[in-house]
Design a protein around this ligand. Structure first.
Ligand code: PMP
Length: 389
């Protein structure tokens, strides 16, 4: 008998059946009139999702790292200075990417589980002249939610391009690109956007496009070069076909179905639903006396939860016991604490039933691994949090 497990990692996530059905339909030509209409409309929907009415969307086949590469390759020239507001693993990765394109990168790091000090960031911006700064909205290695609005305001004050990695936040956490002064934001399909892995979604605002057009050197990455993709995006939006690299036709159609669902739910309602489910998880873990990596609730993501193991738990054994109960969770990712914590993703169409199933599996895994607690304590706290919110 094959019984499907519940995939509760911070991406890929559980996907809606309508999205999966669309993905499985016969592939059409990328220049078929129906597909041109869908691609064009999807580009328009991206502006709504990113809350960037005057932004230029790019929808390209690849993972979230390609989205980072698109931002890095197109906006960096050798010798540019870049500031990384670093909250973990993905801040380090962004630094590496910018460095690869010739930037001089400075990291301002928060302690593990915290965001960098806002004054330290302002001081750095005051002291030297940066072309761009990057902010990871939710660092998936820690579950820390960054204060994008505050840091972006600093970027504006010092006339620095603000790039937001929204891979683990967009379509679940509030991100108002235009209103907050964010110049580039991006995500990948497999997270809260709700489509299997394979699409990079990026929107570049007017200042970013202007900086791109003012480049003095060619973009040092052929596939990521906006000069190759811009005519394609503009053509599809004008309901014409154009070619640079074959679009991921089935994924784009699946994304169109998912964006229709997301926009029908409404961004504010969707953010509120993610907050509510997140509170359910966080309350359950608190009741089980498991500490969490984010140092306070104010900077804890709504898209995932990152609890430390209690003393004496063997990570591999615990995760396989939870998996045997039918729920797949993720181990640690941040190199300095990798074996000390685990990660639960709760994005997309996640509901209270998924949360309760997951918490039951966590309780079971903890009990079988020798941790002592009142059975049902997490489940009870979860239901209280749910019904009180
Ligand atoms: N940034 C963040 C915040 C992420 O969580 C991830 C993926 N976990 C990435 C970038 C890279 O995305 P991908 O794995 O799809 O390349």
């Amino acid at each position: 008998m094959i019984r499907k497990s519940l995939l509760m990692i911070p991406g890929p996530i559980e996907f809606d059946p309508e999205v999966l059905i669309e993905l499985g339909k016969p592939t059409v030509s990328h220049v078929a009139p129906d597909f041109i209409e869908i691609f064009g409309n999807t580009i328009e929907q991206m502006r709504v999702l990113f809350q960037s009415p005057d932004g230029q969307p790019f929808l390209v086949a690849g993972s979230g790292t390609l989205a980072m590469d698109l931002a890095g390759a197109n906006l960096t020239e050798p010798g540019d200075r870049a500031l990384v507001v670093n909250t973990g693993y993905f801040g380090d990765r962004f630094g590496d990417i910018l460095n690869r394109y010739g930037a001089e990168v400075q990291h301002i790091r928060g302690e593990i589980g915290n965001i960098p000090d806002i004054q330290a960031v302002e001081q750095a911006l005051e002291q030297s002249s940066y072309k761009l700064m990057t902010i990871t909205h939710v660092d998936t290695s820690t579950g820390v939610l960054n204060k994008v609005k505050e840091f972006a305001a600093l970027g504006r004050k010092y006339n620095v391009l603000v790039i937001v990695d929204g891979v683990c936040s967009l379509a679940a956490e509030e991100l108002k690109m235009s209103e907050w002064g964010v110049d580039v934001a991006f995500t990948a399909s497999q997270k809260a956007v709700g489509v299997p892995p394979g699409l990079a979604l990026l929107v570049a605002g007017p200042r970013a496009m202007q900086a791109f057009h003012q480049r003095k050197t060619p973009v040092a990455n052929y596939y990521a070069d906006w000069y190759n993709w811009l005519p394609v995006m503009q053509a599809y939006e004008a309901r014409k076909a154009a070619y640079f690299g074959t679009p991921a036709v089935n994924l784009v159609r699946a994304l169109h179905v998912s964006l229709n669902q997301i926009l029908q739910e409404g961004l504010a309602a969707r953010t509120a639903r993610h907050r509510r489910i997140s509170k359910v998880f966080k309350s359950a873990l608190l009741a089980l006396n498991l500490e969490q990596v984010p140092q306070n609730p104010d900077i804890a993501a709504a898209t995932m939860t990152a609890p430390y193991y209690p003393q004496g738990i063997q990570p591999a054994e615990f995760l396989s016991r939870v998996s045997a109960e039918g729920v797949v969770l993720a181990g640690g990712l941040h190199p300095e604490i990798r074996t000390k914590y685990f990660r639960i993703g709760h994005m997309g169409s996640v509901n209270i039933a998924d949360a309760i199933t997951t918490i039951a599996a966590v309780e079971s895994g903890l009990a079988l691994s020798g941790y002592r607690f009142e059975p049902g304590a997490g489940l009870s706290a979860a239901m209280q949090a749910y019904l009180q919110s």
